[in-house]
Ligand binder design. Structure first.
Ligand SMILES: [Fe+2]
Ligand SMILES: [Fe+2]
Length: 164
């Protein structure tokens, strides 16, 4: 059973949301690089790479359903954040927004009795829990560090180890 046109459109919108997420995190990485925080920049670059895999999974799902993706214009992301804490708080707020988008898609699939898409989306539901948790844990650490440069230096070093 094929997916509905409106489901294809909604998934295509999510495809672009995922690319938009990558764009936002690349912008945060650029901000961190410019502030001599290469570890936090690395963390954001890894996050952006992950977002592109989220987009690719949707791409693949649409292909399998004889639909295709369309690339939308991405809006210009914010370029700088006052502190690393503010950047990660913005990242968490963004992830909460994405979680809502995913949940809306699940509700749509239920309304259409589209069981295949509902199951496809379940991966994203679980993934969003992880996404919010990882942003939250960076926020917790940054709050612990407070204004101490030594702590920020250590946290930056820790973040430099993130690979995926
Ligand atoms: Fe994502
Ligand atoms: Fe995400």
């Amino acid at each position: 059973m094929a997916i509905s046109k409106s489901m294809a459109e909604a998934l295509n919108k999510q495809f672009n949301e995922e690319l938009g997420s990558a764009y936002l995190y690349e912008s945060m990485a650029a901000d961190f690089y410019s502030k001599n925080l290469p570890g936090l920049a690395n963390w954001m670059t890894a996050q952006a790479t992950e977002e592109r895999t989220h987009a690719q999974k949707i791409h693949h799902y649409l292909d399998e359903n004889d639909e295709r993706v369309f690339y939308a214009a991405l809006s210009e992301p914010q370029a700088a954040w006052e502190t690393p804490l503010e950047a990660f708080m913005a990242a968490l707020a963004h992830e909460k927004y994405i979680t809502k988008c995913i949940h809306d898609l699940v509700r749509k699939s239920r309304k259409e009795d589209d069981i295949a898409t509902e199951i496809f989306l379940s991966w994203y539901v679980t993934e969003q829990i992880e996404e919010e948790t990882s942003a939250q844990s960076m926020i917790d650490k940054l709050k612990m560090v407070g204004g101490y440069e030594m702590g920020l230096y250590q946290l930056d070093k820790e973040a430099s180890r993130r690979r995926e």
